[in-house]
Design a protein around this ligand. Structure first.
Ligand code: SF4
Length: 368
């Protein structure tokens, strides 16, 4: 029955468009094969794709959209989301269900769980957040928490579920082992991010958070009296920045033992932007402002690929004037960005034409 596949729209699910026949001037009959999309999504896809196809045929020009791959959800995020979904479904899990911090750094994902009755407690100190919980279940996020927070939750009789990413757990175990061996540890990470808070809580007094050279300098009196020194990292840093700071540390402390713990998912997404965005006129990074790995993708595009970049949370933040005169745009997404948000941006760009009223309608439709 199908004649030609036009596009595959989903990375994880089977959603394909098939061109079947032209049934009137300017219109195509398109069959959508889908096993997962909602009816509303199907309609959008049909309208936009038919429009895009028609414009492409008439004008024979279109914007090239580089879909950087891999992008979006990493295994740690997928696991954490599944943990919460299973807790919601399982009636044996004590209510109310709380998440200690944002389960992943994405407002859309948090809102979806809020709609299911899950309470997200958000704030800079997770021990403080824990004190707000009077009963039920507490879920620890993918970023990991300190042993003190876990112990306090159990002490208070809460049902605990741990959604810490296995790659973060590796760092917790590493610093614990290094501290037992007598090492002082420089941990390269971001001040105010929950992942460093959890790792630092493993071995307080033995580990020091540094973000830049000034932080390292300020620790000189402490570090100079330590015989054994090790360096490790947050999982979501820029690998290029990290190498520079490690080189600086090694200049001061040549004996420092180095363990780079940037996770494979972060590395692959950064390397993909560095190589695939080259030659684009703009990189659009879809992700939450609090997502460290999202912000690092912006930085990699600008500093490594040499391509200006903008970060948007979703299509509603995309400004058409950014696209004026552009022929080649790269799109990527942070590891905590839901795939459908990125797909909407890609579809919009593929259908974009500043000279047609139809596209203007499309803008309003997507933002309505
Ligand atoms: S970015 Fe890396 S460390 Fe963070 S959740 Fe994903 S896989 Fe785990």
């Amino acid at each position: 029955m199908f004649q030609r596949k036009l596009a595959s729209f989903s990375e994880e699910k089977e959603v394909h468009l098939w061109f079947v026949e032209r049934f009137s001037v300017g219109h195509l009959l398109i069959y959508l094969e889908s096993h997962s999309s909602s009816k509303r999504n199907l309609q959008s896809v049909l309208v936009m794709s038919a429009h895009s196809w028609e414009l492409g045929e008439k004008r024979n020009v279109s914007m090239e959209v580089i879909k950087v791959s891999p992008r979006g959800y990493c295994y740690g995020v997928v696991d954490a989301l599944q943990v919460v979904q299973q807790a919601v479904k399982d009636t044996r899990v004590p209510r109310p269900i709380h998440i200690l911090g944002q389960i992943i750094h994405n407002r859309h994902a948090v809102e979806e769980f809020t709609a299911l009755g899950v309470i997200t407690l958000d704030g800079p100190d997770r021990m403080d957040l824990l004190e707000q919980v009077t009963g039920g279940t507490v879920i620890f996020t993918a970023h990991g928490v300190s042993p003190l927070v876990k112990a306090r939750a159990r002490e208070r009789g809460l049902h605990c579920i741990d959604a810490t990413c296995p790659d973060v757990t590796v760092t917790h175990q590493l610093v614990s082992t290094l501290a037992q061996q007598g090492y002082a540890i420089l941990y390269i990470g971001k001040h105010g991010h929950p992942e460093p808070e959890g790792v630092l809580g493993e071995v307080p007094g033995q580990i020091f958070l540094v973000e830049n050279e000034a932080d390292v300098d300020a620790l000189a009196p402490e570090l100079q009296r330590r015989e054994r020194l090790a360096v490790t990292t947050q999982t979501t840093l820029s690998q290029w920045d990290t190498k520079q700071l490690i080189a600086y540390i090694k200049e001061q402390y040549p004996h420092a033992q180095v363990h780079i713990d940037i996770c494979p998912a972060t590395q692959k997404r950064q390397e993909a932007v560095a190589s695939q965005a080259k030659g684009a006129e703009l990189t659009i990074v879809v992700g939450d402002p609090r997502s460290n790995n999202t912000n690092r993708l912006v930085q990699v595009s600008e500093e490594v690929a040499g391509v200006p970049a903008v970060r948007i949370e979703d299509l509603s933040q995309l400004r058409p004037e950014w696209l004026a005169g552009k022929k080649r745009i790269a799109v990527t997404a942070g590891a905590s960005t839901p795939s459908h948000l990125t797909r909407e941006v890609i579809r919009y760009l593929e259908a974009y034409d500043p000279h047609t009223a139809q596209t203007e309608n499309l803008v309003h439709m997507r933002r309505g």
